[in-house]
Design a protein around this ligand. Sequence first.
Ligand code: ZN
Length: 344
Amino acid sequence: MADWQIIGQKNVAAFLAKSLEKGELCHAYLLAAPEHSGKTALALKLAQALNCTGDNPPCGGCEQCRRITAGIHADVRLISVQAADDDGKSRVELSIEQVREINHAVSLPPFEGKYRVIIIDEAERLSNGAANALLKTLEEPPPGVVFVLTTVRENQLPETIRSRCMKLRLAVAPRLEIARFLEQGLGFPAERADLLARLSQGRAGWAIAAARDEGLQLERRDNLLKLADALGSGFDFRFELADKLSQRFGKTRTEIYRLLDQWLSFCRDILLVKLDIKEEVINTDYEIITAELASRITAAEAQRLIGSLNVTRRHLEQNASPRLALEVLMLNLPVIKGSTKRIG
Ligand SMILES: [Zn+2]
């Protein structure tokens, strides 16, 4: 069996490879997985396996595989509805024209390969109208058509869509497996590979993107610095920060979600240090500041802080006023004495 080279998803890849070998493919799959855990990569691997002309599909080297990797294969469509995230809408219209186009495309035989593969990324973001327009095709696509839907929040997907797909749940990848890939596959030094694998929390796609993106690492450093500053400052500074963050939320909410996730991960580390479970610490490159903050707040305060961060994130996702949600968060940060500006 060919190696699908999907980090941490051996079981699902093996299942798909076996189905392919036996000719028992479904016409619609739903890949349920956390963000950046490799579900789109897996969907593209399946598209390659279906169209590959090499000996060991997906070989990665034949014309079909290469055209799919390059995103120029006429029969493989990747429809991403996540791009509109930043404009503040929680659901995005896939227009009726686009749905008609999909329905029309699948009615034609494959143009250059053996299968038409339609990948709809983060399908829970489809509007109800678009989802309904897709139902009939999804239920009974013409032969030679495979749909692959991916989702981060499966419970937000209409039951009508879910019931028409074969669901495969992707696991988060083991930390060591991600670290090994970054070190041996991409040539990163062991220490950096280990840090990125910890930060990724099992999301291989994130680890690979972050490894190549220096800007993300700088942003993370800046975000941790903000938290340390806020913890060491009074309410004037905190409200000013809440104001700045809420303004940025209006423009690009993913950045603020990322900041909250990083604060959460940092606060969990503080709690882990307090509980003396250091092996599980994620931000190993900021051990000194974590230890310093851990010495200044109680475990109960750290726990409350983690709770506040989760509540803030939930409120923002439910379209609460960003300014209010962030101000409440600032009020709930524990007040610690002294400055903690010795970061990184
Ligand atoms: Zn191939």
